[in-house]
Design a protein around this ligand. Sequence first.
Ligand SMILES: NC(=O)c1ccc[n+]([C@@H]2O[C@H](COP(=O)([O-])OP(=O)(O)OC[C@H]3O[C@@H](n4cnc5c(N)ncnc54)[C@H](O)[C@@H]3O)[C@@H](O)[C@H]2O)c1
Length: 292
Amino acid sequence: MTNISKVGIIGAGQMGNGIAHVFAQAGFDVILSDLSQESLDKGLVTIEKNMQRLVGRGKMTDEDMVASLGRITISTGFDGFADVGLAIESAVENEEVKKKIFTDLCPILNETAILATNTSSISITRLAAITDRPDRFAGMHFMNPVPVMKLVELIRGITTSAETFDTIRELTVELNKTPVSSEDFPAFMVNRILLPMINEAIYTLYEGVGGVDAIDTAMRLGANHPMGPLQLADFIGLDTCLAIMQVLYDGLADTKYRPCPLLVKYVEAGWVGRKVNRGFYDYTSEVPVPTR
Ligand SMILES: NC(=O)c1ccc[n+]([C@@H]2O[C@H](COP(=O)([O-])OP(=O)(O)OC[C@H]3O[C@@H](n4cnc5c(N)ncnc54)[C@H](O)[C@@H]3O)[C@@H](O)[C@H]2O)c1
């Protein structure tokens, strides 16, 4: 057991609200922050809906749900962050946004607090370097949907101390999840392998080799993947997929990571997947309809 009892989370989007959910369910006090009250309210509604589902399946009691929800407080700033033992940043996948958050947050945090980021791809070492605590900074990369997925990929930056890494590993186990350790290279392990496959599926669509439905069916039934790659891209968020491909392309300087122009077009159109009800599928009716 670590001596951490309260965790701060920045970003109440699909990942941030899931991270708040699992910490609250595991008995931690949680302060959840986002830019607007609207984003926070949306995050809280999602957490409650997901906990209700667990209650419905007999995986959580009603009392546990009420107690867990009672452990979560919200803020549109960093009120309530002064006494957290761990702060996890889970805002949009944009390096400048993340750096600004760390610059504003560090003076508020207790000097012993650990700072982590849920980035999917950005250099942990580079982010750590702009903070006042590069030794107490690490990557905690949760998987989507957080309450369901067992893995947390832990990333050690060059400056991350052994003590910090041990603490985040223990916390991961306290969440009843399985940690894997990754060194700090672009997109780490999971996304280094997963995103080029998704990008290739989008190229396959772009070149007209197959339609959306054919590509997803081929990979579901032909490779035994639980979701087709285009369905998975919508689930991750096409903006996040593009940002990760860009980090791979820039960071490894290899043309094999070139983001597919069709992915760029979908993001330009604002068709970024499930979170806006439109990506490679339209989600406004009961059965998703391919958009190409
Ligand atoms: N989507 C995935 O499958 C997945 C998986 C693992 C990790 N991640 C990473 O998690 C992070 C969040 O992704 P997401 O899918 O939850 O995105 P999202 O778009 O659902 O949510 C992002 C949230 O960040 C908020 N935000 C933006 N700027 C902010 C700021 N300055 N301060 C506070 N909040 C701010 C937004 O209002 C929004 O609510 C990204 O770094 C992403 O790469 C995503």
